[in-house]
Ligand binder design. Sequence first.
Ligand code: GCV
Length: 614
Amino acid sequence: MTSPAGAFAWLPYLPMDIPRGGSASEIAGSELRAGFQALGIAEEPRIRPEGSSESYELVRKDGVITVRGGRQGVLYGAYRLLALLACGRSLPEGVQKPFYPLRMLNHWDNMDGGVERGYAGHSLFFRNNRVFFDPLRIHRYARMLSSVGINAVSLNNVNVIPPMDLLVTGEALAEASKIADILRLYGIRMLLTVDFSLPVRMGLATADPLNAEVIRFWADRAEEVCKVIPDLVGFLVKADSEHRPGPFTYGRSHDEGANMLARALKPYGGMLFWRCFVYNCRQDWRDSTTDRPRAAYDHYAPLDGRFDENVVLQIKNGPLDFQVREPVSPLLLSMPHTRKALELQLAQEYTGQQIDLFYLAGQWQDVFEVMSPEKVSCISAVSNLGSSPNWTGHDLAQANLYAYGRTAWTGRSDPRAYAEEWAEQTFPSAAGKITKLLLASPGVYEKYAAPLGLGFMVNPSNHYGPSPDGYEYARWGTYHRADRDAVGVDRGKSGTGFTAQYSADLAEIYGDPKRCPDKLLLFFHRLKYGHVMADGRTLLQRIYDDHFEGAEEAESLREQWRALHGLVPEDVYDRVLARFDMQVSNAKEWRDVINSFFFRFSGVPDEKGRKIWN
Ligand code: GCV
């Protein structure tokens, strides 16, 4: 058996020799012909492009399957048809259209070829401080994204470090436009991340957004960029966040900064994506009144209605920072007069770094349970891709990209359905068991790394493995404040008041330890170790139990994988097994370090007498 990975992730039966030109409907035609042949389907595929939309319809009549749709829609229809046929599913009735018009992937790639929070090799776009790419790989990348409906990508990191700030100028821009030329064939448009202080870097005295020269500077920049990449979606900006420059430097507000850039892009139909990950990253740990999860809402909610219509506020799913478990960011639920985008993270920064298995679709389902998908007008996700031959480092992490594409297309997360579809297309002989592994994975990781909403016990900087005090006396505002009696932060009325950022109903639920879901208990509350949970266990016993169980369940995941020997390609089997080995030892480390941490503080032993190191 040969590995599908490296050729084409979830459509491994398609040829390596992919189309390198033509219109979307020509590409759709050749993909369909090759796919039908590989699947041994005798029916005749037909493509009928009409109009310019992204929608499509799949019609089967008299032995002929027709993909009808807009210019780009026919390509989506072709890929969807192949997926459905490969999974043996029936064709959907009626016109299929995407829920979100913009379905974005944000890379955090640096120009030196590194990837911030990247766990799958190098950048696909940059090397040695230049734009550098393999065109065939970019075709495959674009095809993979298009096959799940992703239609916009930003290539460069939101932390814009020189010389990446010059990507919107001269030669670097011309080179980047060659990537845009390939992406366009597959219906994917580009965004570029810009540095707010670029005017200063390019010789101006200031980057003040109200300064006339600065306004002219950005108008010129937008004109040049949009001349070279005429279908550019727009710019993405991280401002006044984690030491990045922004309007605060000049005594200006975020709406003034964002609107100035949006107005520069407006003549070209461009949009400005402005990230809301803004908080005090110089907090003193002794200060217990500042509460980082409050920050985004406190900064932005008062500005509702002050942003131009081509500004989109891009907001992380949770109020803290892509932790294993967080409530939905209250900012996503507010600002009715502002366009918003939901930002997810496929890069598994806090969720196992593509070493430990963590299928993310359940997290997104939780988001949509609280936030109706219409609350935001676009969706984006931080990429988990890199130069690794299998794209994602951990072969099974591809399922996260697949599930994200489907979520962005449908506007809802259906973890089981997306896992099944991906596994059936990618590893048909082991699909059921792989689906089971994927679905079990987040619960296992959560037990050993972050039960009950307890976040940021990770090693500082690299964010892998346990270090319960690693951030406790640091300036990042990520404290759990464990002592000999209790752990957690009271974020309710009697505490930091964070719960007041939600509707009264939600604030009531989250603010009451009896009604707050267990999974978020320590996110919202400071509780004594002896606090009795709904199931009769004490809080501390539950912490111990979860860590012991999580480590055991990690071993069970590895055993389940071992049972797949011979059912998946040998190289995939070996690679994934090696990752499970690392996961098992990581889980043990979490179990021992965290249990010892709480035992040493509390002096309370495990009821079941299991080993806790002292
Ligand atoms: C790109 C977290 C990550 C950073 C990231 C930041 C952000 O703090 O650790 O690597 O920076 O989020 O989303 O801007």
